[in-house]
Write a protein that binds this ligand. Sequence first.
Ligand SMILES: [Fe+2]
Length: 383
Amino acid sequence: MSFDVFNPVRIHFGNNATLTAGKIAKKYSNLAMIITGKTSMQKSGTLDRLVKILKDAGVNSIIYDKITPNPTIDEIDEAAGIAREKGAGLIIGLGGGSPLDSAKAIAVAAKGNIPVWDYLKTPAATALPVITIVSTSGTGSEVNRYSVMTNPKTKEKPGFGYECMYPKEAIIDPEIMTSMPPYVTAATGFDVFVHVLEAFTGKMRNAFSSAYCMQAFYLLKDNLIKAYNEPNNPEARGNMALASALAGLAIDLSGVGIIHALEHPVSGNYPNVAHGAGLAALTVESMKYNLEACKRDFMLIAHHLGVKRAGKSDDEYAYSLIEKIQEMLRAINLNIRLKDLGVEKDRLPRMAKEAFATMGFAAKNNPKDVDEKAALRLLELSY
Ligand SMILES: [Fe+2]
C-alpha cells in the first residue's frame, strides 16, 4: 500500500457563510472577477448580494456571467482574456459545477498566454487564486483541483487538474442551495453518489478517501430523497452539501471510474444533458459490470445505505445495492436511459472511443478492466 494525501483547500461551512466572502477575498486582491452562469444566481439575488458583500470589504468586482451548463473553451478563454486585461487578482466561482470548474480553468489561463485547451498537454505551474462559492450539492468542484471543459468543435469534454488549480478557500453555505430546482437537486445529488461509488471502489482508493466516502454514503442515505422532496428542509440541504464536499475530496484523492468516463462523451456530444442525468442513465449497467470485482465493497455500501441483509447470501446482498440504486433513481425521477436523453444510437461507437481519448485516466481507475469493446457494450445496454 502506498499513496500521497494532499488537499490545501480551506473550507468555510455553514448557513450564511457567504457573508464572510468579503473578508476572505480581501486577503487576495482588491479586484475580483466573479464567474457565474446566466440565470440562477441572478434570479435568487445571490450575485447582487455577493457584489455588495465584496464592495463592503473594499473589493471591486468584474462579473463574467456567460458560463453555460457544459462550459466551452471559448467561454473560458474569453473570461481569461478579460481577467488579464482588467488586472483581476482573484477569481471567484459562484454557482454549480460549471462556473466552479470554469473559475479554476480561467485562473490558469489568465496567468498564461496560451489557449486553455493547450493546458491538457502543457502542465500549469501558476494560477490566480480562486475562491469557490457553491450553490448546488453535487459537483465537489468547490474543494478539488479538477476542471472539465468542452471543445465545441470536436465535442470532446476532458477533465484536467494541476496542483496550482486548488481553490484557496471554499465557501459552502447550505442557505443558498434552497433555491435549487428539484431536477438540479436530483441530478447533482446523484453525482455525489457516483463520486463516492467510484472513489470507494476504484483502483486508486486509499484509507483516507474511503473514510470520506463512508461518511458521504451515510449522509446520502437519509438526505438525497429528502432534499428532493423537501427543497426547503435545512437539515437535508446541509447534509447534502456536506456529502458533496466529502465526495469532492474523495475523488480528488482517488479519482472516478467508467461511469464518469462514459458520461463525459454523453454531455460533450449533447451539451443540454445534465452531467448527473447522464450518470443516472449509465450507472446501473456499469455497476452490474463491476459487481464481481466489487462484491465486498458493494456489500459494505449496501450496509451504509441501510439495506437489510436478512438472510441474503453474499452475492444477493452485493446485488441488492444495485436494486437500492434503482429504487433511489425512481424516487428522484432519474430512472432513465440514454435514449430518453436524446442520444442517437449511431453515435455510441464514437462515444466509446472518446471515453478513452479524453477520460482514459478514469477508465483506467475502474475496478474491473474495461476496453473500448466493453465500453461500447455498456453504452448499448444503457441505451
Ligand atoms: Fe461527477
